[in-house]
Design a protein around this ligand. Structure first.
Ligand SMILES: [Zn+2]
Length: 153
């Protein structure tokens, strides 16, 4: 029986990557084996989509292919997405979310610019110039830049 897919809300995609991804975990000092290797695998597939603009499209397409998600029309004439393998449901839901986001707002996802952080974010700011995952990272990076400027002068 096929599983119906709901497109994952973007803040959930972000949470998945930051909570389970190998790099975000390492940068936060969270060591040891992750509790759910399957979610870590998926998070590690998603992380570079936030990081590398040139390969984004190919990576999202590869995830869609891997999950074998397909569009259908339901009996009550609604648009829906299905996967045959329920283990692919989370991958399909996240890939569909990124497909939609990148098609509509290509510049508005990224990886935190702070040197000590690898968390990803979605940029919902009006100007669209967000560079950090959170205020803590932004303040830390600013303080570091300030100190650097004044150490050399
Ligand atoms: Zn950060």
């Amino acid at each position: 029986m096929a599983t119906r897919i709901a497109i994952m809300p973007l803040d959930e995609v972000v949470r998945l990557v930051n909570e389970w991804g190998t790099r975000p975990r390492e940068f936060d000092g969270r060591t040891g084996a992750p509790a759910d290797p399957e979610l870590t695998t998926l998070a590690d597939e998603l992380h570079p989509i936030f990081a590398a603009p040139p390969e984004r499209a190919a990576r999202v397409t590869a995830l869609l292919e891997q999950s074998r998600v397909r569009p259908v029309l339901t009996d009550d004439l609604a648009q829906a997405w299905l996967v045959e393998d329920p283990r692919q449901a989370t991958r399909a839901a996240a890939a569909l979310a990124l497909r939609e986001q990148l098609a509509e707002h290509p510049g508005r996802i990224g990886v935190c610019a702070d040197r000590q952080c690898a968390d990803v974010y979605v940029d919902l700011s009006p100007a669209g110039r967000r560079r950090f995952c959170c205020l803590t990272c932004q303040n830390r990076a600013r303080a570091e830049a300030f100190r650097k400027r004044h150490a050399t002068s």
